[in-house]
Write a protein that binds this ligand. Structure first.
Ligand SMILES: *[C@@H]1O[C@H](CO)[C@@H](O)[C@H](O)[C@H]1NC(C)=O
Ligand SMILES: *[C@@H]1O[C@H](CO)[C@@H](O)[C@H](O)[C@H]1NC(C)=O
Ligand SMILES: *[C@@H]1O[C@H](CO)[C@@H](O)[C@H](O)[C@H]1NC(C)=O
Length: 386
């Protein structure tokens, strides 16, 4: 295959550049030029999976950018969309989406409500997706295998243009944003002690997914840790008269954030361990927690309003109507509609961030300032070892 020559060339090139200090290398090396992106996650990065499988997300979701619901739990683009745009790739089509999908530059396996660990209840009981991370990985395996098969047989150029090039799988960027729902599910049915005791298993299963992809040729991994779940306004609006010390000074539930911090600590340790076990992988750990928490703490400074306010939905006098839902009370219909200026809100619907907040987060993480190692996303690969 012609690609062997290309790889050899890259090795020589990078060695020449690698002579200086690591810092020089980062700046001097050419960008990775990712031809595709494969994403795994929950609603934070779902671009249509849950909509395709369990029914469409209703209006006014999507109103700020797509002008219609676009399978995303936001008023517009998600972090993953902005990452794709930055890398010069199209927005990712969701794997289960059979209508109008194009996988030429990757696919999205994320689905709203997904967890790392398999759950024991049905989605109709607890709202959590059956597409846990191991299932998303199984979907990826199927996707990759079928792509290679079709690529060998099918000669229809129209179909070919919707499929990734088989040899581009190993040069793609593999992105992750998952774990938040493992914590949310735990808050619902486990004690703090039980949930804390489950974290090693959760991050271990995450590491197994990364290792599985590595063994099948994936090399560049961009891993988001989990956000400050206790700061989601949807978690606090049912709480009346919280005890002193229950919330921090930004209105976030301290115990929930501490659990996220513990999850992230163990996730980071796992990623460090993976770096030793998978020597040919570039593993970038992105501290989304700190990026989001920074935005929440400095909301006003960055031009956002009170971060506990929710743009979409109806939440007053103990009546909570979720964004896009309807409720009839005393013969009057209440619609969970949108606010007039979504771009000034951090929270779109109480659980998911607005497009404006997602944009702020992306602008602050892509240059590596929240990453370990602090690599700009365009350089999130080990070119000299590919
Ligand atoms: C599901 O049940 C099995 C068997 O009881 C248990 O080992 C596992 O931890 C449970 N999973 C979750 C996410 O609670
Ligand atoms: C509905 O009507 C009942 C009886 O008139 C009243 O007590 C209640 O406050 C009303 N609820 C709302 C949400 O207006
Ligand atoms: C990254 O970008 C953000 C937002 O533009 C900026 O505030 C920050 O200083 C940058 N960090 C680095 C290391 O370039």
């Amino acid at each position: 295959m012609g690609c062997a020559k290309v790889v050899f060339f890259t090795v020589v090139l990078s060695l020449a550049w690698a002579r200086g200090a690591e810092e020089t290398w980062i700046r001097a090396a050419p960008p990775c030029d990712f031809p595709a992106m494969y994403n795994f996650g929950d609603s934070n990065s779902d671009t249509g999976g849950a909509s395709a499988t369990f029914g469409p997300i209703p209006p006014p979701y999507g109103e700020s950018f797509f002008r219609r619901p676009a399978g995303r739990a936001s008023d517009g683009r998600l972090i993953i969309d902005f990452i794709a745009e930055h890398l010069g790739l199209p927005h990712l089509s969701s794997y289960p989406d059979s209508i109008g999908a194009n996988y030429r530059h990757g696919a999205n396996f994320a689905s709203g409500g997904s967890t790392i660990r398999r759950q024991n209840e049905s989605i109709f009981e607890n709202g959590l997706s059956p597409f846990s991370l191991d299932i998303q990985i199984a979907h990826f395996d199927q996707f990759k295998e079928r792509t290679s098969e079709l690529y060998c047989q099918d000669k229809d150029p129209y179909e070919m243009n919707k499929l990734p090039r088989p040899r581009e799988f190993s040069r793609a960027l593999y992105t992750f944003d998952i774990g938040q729902n493992d914590l949310a599910a735990g808050f619902g049915k486990l004690s703090a002690v039980q949930l804390k005791a489950a974290i090693p298993d959760i991050v271990n299963q995450f590491a197994m997914a990364v290792t599985h992809l590595y063994q099948r040729g994936a090399r560049a991994f961009w891993i988001h840790n989990t956000g400050p779940i206790g700061c989601l306004p949807g978690a606090t609006f049912y709480i009346q008269n919280p005890k002193p010390g229950f919330l921090d000074k930004y209105g976030c539930i301290k115990a929930q954030n501490n659990m996220a911090i513990e999850f992230n600590r163990q996730l980071k340790t796992q990623v460090t361990k993976l770096r030793r076990e998978l020597p040919r992988a570039a593993l970038i750990y992105v501290d989304i927690y700190s990026a989001k928490y920074h935005l929440i703490r400095k909301a006003e400074y960055y031009g956002f309003m009170d971060p506990s306010k929710i743009c979409c939905g109806h939440h007053e006098k103990n009546i909570n109507v979720w964004c896009g839902q309807r409720l009839i009370i005393n013969n009057t219909e209440i619609f969970g509609g949108s606010c007039s200026s979504p771009s000034t809100y951090i929270s779109w619907d109480g659980v998911h961030y607005s497009q404006a907040a997602n944009h702020w987060i992306v602008n602050n993480i892509l240059n590596g300032s929240f990453s370990d190692p602090p690599k700009v996303i365009d350089h999130a690969c080990l070119k000299h070892k590919m």
